[in-house]
Design a binder for this molecule. Structure first.
Ligand SMILES: [Zn+2]
Length: 343
């Protein structure tokens, strides 16, 4: 059993500590037409390599999953170059973004089967002519409900999942539709433990998190540090609550950060937000570092009584089991079977 990284297959035992939802580079469609949006590939690659090396050397991270949607500037060759130079396992995905912020017109017009065919090709043969194969499938839905168009792409992902056996990683918007995604995956014949329902920490309600894990899916607390969407105190309280309720094996921790972005944001920033970013840029602290989870969030979990073995298992055992496709342990069962490195 192996995981497909951008540099080829890697044994499950080589995954180690894993960040399940981060990005290297993001470019919203159209940014390439902005004359002010400049991008120097060589200096970006150097910066990304530096940041991944820091994650590896200071915090023991061995695998970095970048579920960049196809149309958001996904660059498989650049990911491979960064993976090689940083000695980090990088996993990329096939799949598109959600209707309000993505889904190219050409692919909107395709049938479910045509979309599935693209996904299967990218998983089994490679992305374009790069030879780089996707190791998972990205699914995204918006708010307040899954649209019919999004459902078509979700159904295509189910076909591709069943054909290839790789897992599904999702985006949810505004902390809604997680249980609905899980239900749709079930209807598409995909086992719940092959699905990671992403960005659930965007919803502050513990009952919502319970609904997601009770479907049997993994749950993403994967926007740690994005304080605009949720205070980290709420994320930490809810994460510990899930672990104490016996669902620690379902939890995935990540930050949804990036280290390169083409042009401006895909929304208009307030003058205060822009001033904050300018200030952090001047301090050499923008985009914010991937190390935040270890330097700032892990201590919050410890303060709330989470043990280091529990934190390590979330970061190592859960991603390994997810990619392996092994069944999840029953709620409350021992979910820390492996000796894990110190956090
Ligand atoms: Zn993301």
């Amino acid at each position: 059993m192996q995981v497909q990284t951008v540099l080829g297959p890697v044994g499950l035992d080589k995954l180690g500590r894993t960040l399940m939802h981060e990005h290297l580079f993001i470019a919203f469609p159209g940014a390439e037409f902005d004359p002010a949006a400049t991008f120097d590939r060589a200096s970006f690659v150097a910066e990304a390599v530096k940041r991944l090396r820091q994650l590896r050397e200071e915090h023991g991270v061995r695998t970095f999953v970048d579920p960049c949607p196809i149309e958001l500037g996904r660059d498989a060759a650049m990911m491979a170059e960064i993976a090689e130079k940083s000695e980090m396992n990088v996993v990329c995905t096939t799949g598109f973004y959600f209707e309000a912020m993505g889904l190219p017109v050409y692919w909107r017009a395709r049938t479910t089967e045509e979309i599935a065919e693209l996904y299967i090709r990218e998983i089994t043969r490679g992305i374009g002519t790069t030879g780089v194969r996707a190791g998972a499938i990205k699914v995204a839905t918006g708010a307040p409900a899954i649209t019919p168009l999004e459902r078509k792409f979700l159904d295509a992902a189910c076909i591709a999942q069943r054909a290839t056996g790789v897992p599904i990683i999702t985006h949810t918007q505004d902390g809604v539709c997680g249980p609905e995604q899980a239900q749709a995956f079930g209807e598409g014949g995909v086992s719940p433990h092959r699905c990671l329902i992403g960005h659930c920490c965007g919803n502050p309600d513990p009952a919502y998190h319970r609904r997601v894990v009770e479907t049997g899916a993994y749950i993403g607390f994967d926007r740690i540090g994005i304080l605009r969407l949720q205070p980290d105190e709420v994320r930490a309280d809810n994460l510990v609550r899930l672990v104490r309720a016996g669902y620690g094996a379902h939890v995935m921790m990540s930050q949804d950060r990036h280290c390169g972005w083409l042009g401006k944001m895909a929304r208009q920033l307030s003058p205060e937000e822009q001033a904050h970013i300018d200030q952090r840029k001047a301090a050499g602290d923008w985009p914010p570092p991937y190390t935040y989870m270890f330097t700032d969030f892990v201590p919050m979990l410890r303060e709330r009584g989470l043990r280091d073995e529990e934190i390590s298992s979330i970061l190592e055992e859960n991603p390994r089991r997810f990619f392996a496709g092994e069944a999840l342990p029953a709620a409350g069962a021992n979910w820390m079977p492996r000796a894990t490195a110190a956090i």
